[in-house]
Design a protein around this ligand. Structure first.
Ligand SMILES: O=C(O)CCC(=O)C(=O)O
Length: 295
């Protein structure tokens, strides 16, 4: 196993120091890559629980255990992108873990006060799966229209991620476009798959792949167009652990609509989100307050 780069000065207890340059990247590009957010011992604890989910030792009901690259009807042993929604719901012992606490500190520095954990998710791409593709999308296209869209989605590399095993890729600066891009349900039917696919012109859009070392975090804003390619490596899984922070008001508004980010949410709630998005495709990009250390 490759040793982690050591960045102790940025990690301190529950905190992780965000630099002005990180904030600039987040504002200008719509994402920022943070090195060494967890060290090897901290990752080992995350990994042990992650594997319990993957083995099915911690049961996850219905569509919250699915394949993001395919239809709900695929057999679990054939999944290419194993997607586990809301792990902290199904394994309450995980709530408040160190990664959640450090990610909360990062979200507060990038987005300002009042950010709370909205949802969590585990993603694992099997080796040797060309189809382990996470299609281009903007996260906001999946979510209800709310007043305050500020979001810091923290994506932790549990394995080193490379172009070969399907690291994240972005359309740089796409979060500053005035409207969300059109999104279509994969295969044309949301009942068969949760996945939405955004329109991207790979010849014209400015695309950047973001390889990451184990323990790094990539933070995504809600409007940046992103996805990831298949896993062409022979032996290497590509696992990631996502925790997403949004404002307390936004999370409360989502819950009032019955929207919890579970794929098991009532079809009425998911249909209401789709109807809201059809009715209002424009969510103007928001000014982000300066983090306290800059003010
Ligand atoms: O892990 C990936 O490849 C993509 C994750 C993603 O797109 C997301 O969490 O919104």
């Amino acid at each position: 196993m490759t040793p982690l780069r050591s960045t102790p000065a940025r990690r301190r207890g529950d905190a992780y120091e965000i630099m002005e340059a990180d904030r600039r990247r987040f504002t200008e590009d719509g994402f920022v890559h943070l090195p060494g957010v967890l060290d090897e011992d901290e990752l080992a604890a995350v990994e042990a629980t992650f594997q319990r989910f993957l083995r099915g030792d911690i049961p996850v009901p219905g569509k919250d255990f699915c394949d993001m690259s395919s239809e709900y009807s695929r057999r679990a042993e054939d999944f290419s992108v194993v997607n586990i929604m809301l792990p902290r719901k199904y394994h309450p012992a995980w709530r408040g873990n160190l990664y959640e606490r450090r990610a909360a500190a990062i979200a507060g520095q990038l987005c300002g006060p009042g950010m709370v954990l909205d949802y969590d998710q585990l993603l694992a791409k099997r080796p040797g799966r060309q189809d382990a593709v996470f299609h281009w999308h903007q996260d906001l296209a999946y979510w209800p229209v709310t007043e305050d869209t500020r979001t810091a989605t923290c994506w932790l590399a549990v394995d080193a991620a490379s172009e070969e095993n399907g690291c994240l890729r972005f359309v740089v600066g796409s979060h500053r476009e005035p409207e969300l891009r059109p999104h279509l349900p994969m295969g044309g039917d949301r009942g068969k798959s949760h996945t939405l696919v955004a329109v991207v012109d790979e010849a014209r859009d400015r695309i950047q792949c973001v390889p990451a070392s184990r323990g790094d975090v990539v933070v995504l804003s809600e409007r940046v167009v992103h996805g990831s390619g298949g896993n062409r490596s022979r032996d290497n899984w590509r696992r990631a652990y996502v925790v997403a922070f949004r404002s307390a008001e936004t999370v409360a508004a989502e819950r009032r609509m019955g929207f919890t980010h579970s794929h098991n949410d009532a079809p009425a709630a998911l249909n209401a989100v789709a109807a809201m998005r059809r009715g209002r495709s424009l969510d103007p990009p928001q000014e982000r307050p300066a983090p306290p250390y800059l003010s």
